[in-house]
Design a protein around this ligand. Structure first.
Ligand code: SF4
Length: 331
């Protein structure tokens, strides 16, 4: 995928693979693998939001975890600025984690319930050594102000906050170490719609203020539409389409993207939208379908789709799609 000359590349992922071995009850059976991420390549420019979207099990969260090496990838390359991430040793990786932060879906699970917010923020800054001991209190108050929490929050414990407030604490913790890239893994999925909007607006405000870059992982296209600059659609461990947001939402070229978009509810009851219903469930990633992985559910599948894997091709400027017949879906 070509990078644009006027934008600075921050993250580059090449042929990333994440296979998990499947436990068998016999040592004589051949080993099989869940191919959760299978040959995925993409890049993120500094200051942009790239969203990864797809149904549960498509490999979007596994991609995020592999970039951060929370699970060690099976293969491929990840470059962050001039670091070859998968080649870094433990201490180099620990240092890099300051630049690469993550916000999870369930902040309650990722915040230590026995620590006050002050201890949580202080620990993050101490590990990355970003602020001297004397200046940490000032920085903590600044962080709470950025995320819209009162100073009194410092002496309270995570369980004393609502879901939306806990997510604000998760954001403050990520910001505490001055990151460059934040991976938001279903960061607003557990929240009510009105709180979701507040958190999304907060993320956008902070992005502008601190020139942050986001990799935003979500199954919810309405959320993705709100926050993204570009969108990457995954299906069964593969990238099927990647494009600028407007282009993807206005003229999707992959039948799977089209089906996902058709399921977004329209707020105006006067507008009738035809929903494309896909056949069956997502197949198992242990034995993914041959050829195009989407062929078992695609309404346009032909015999070629069953045997030949489509390449990810640039159909329009910055709009890539992996479908043999993408030309036919172009308006
Ligand atoms: Fe459908 Fe074939 Fe295109 Fe795959 S390659 S999306 S099966 S038409």
């Amino acid at each position: 995928m070509a990078a644009t000359a006027d934008k600075k590349l921050l993250l580059q992922v090449e042929h990333l693979k994440q296979y998990f071995p499947v436990k068998t009850d016999s040592m004589f059976k051949p080993k099989s693998y869940v191919k959760a991420v299978d040959d995925v390549s993409f890049h993120i420019y500094e200051g942009e939001t790239l969203s990864i979207v797809g149904e549960s099990g498509c490999g979007k969260s596994t991609t995020g975890r592999a970039i951060l090496r929370l699970d060690e990838p099976t293969g491929g390359k990840v470059y962050f600025e001039d670091h070859n991430v998968l080649e870094l040793n433990k201490s180099q990786m620990r240092k890099l984690r300051g630049d690469l932060q993550v916000i999870f879906q369930d902040p309650f699970a990722s915040l230590n319930p026995r620590q006050t917010i002050k201890q949580i923020l202080n620990e993050a800054m101490a590990i990355q050594q970003v602020v001297s001991k004397e200046k940490r209190m000032e920085r903590m108050l600044e962080l709470l102000n950025y995320v819209g929490l009162p100073p009194e929050a410092l002496d309270r414990y995570p369980h004393e906050f609502s879901g939306g407030q806990r997510q604000r604490i998760g954001i403050a913790r990520a910001l505490a170490v001055n990151p460059k890239l934040i991976i938001c893994d279903e960061a607003v999925s557990a929240l009510d719609v009105s709180i979701q909007a507040q958190i999304l607006n907060l993320l956008k405000k902070l992005q502008k203020e601190f020139h942050l870059t986001f990799l935003f992982i979500s199954h919810d296209l309405s959320v993705v539409r709100h926050i993204s600059d570009r969108v990457m659609v995954m299906y069964l461990g593969k990238v099927v389409e990647i494009a600028e947001k407007k282009d993807l939402f206005d003229s999707p070229l992959h039948p799977y993207t089209n089906a996902l978009l058709s399921a977004i509810p329209v707020p105006n009851p006067e507008i009738k939208k035809e929903r494309i219903l896909l056949k069956g469930d997502v197949p198992s990633p242990i034995n993914p379908p041959t050829g195009c992985r989407f062929h078992t559910r695609c309404p346009f599948a032909t015999s070629k789709c069953k045997t030949e894997e489509p390449a990810l091709r640039e159909m329009k400027r910055n709009h890539y799609v992996s479908c043999h017949f993408a030309e036919e879906f172009q308006h």
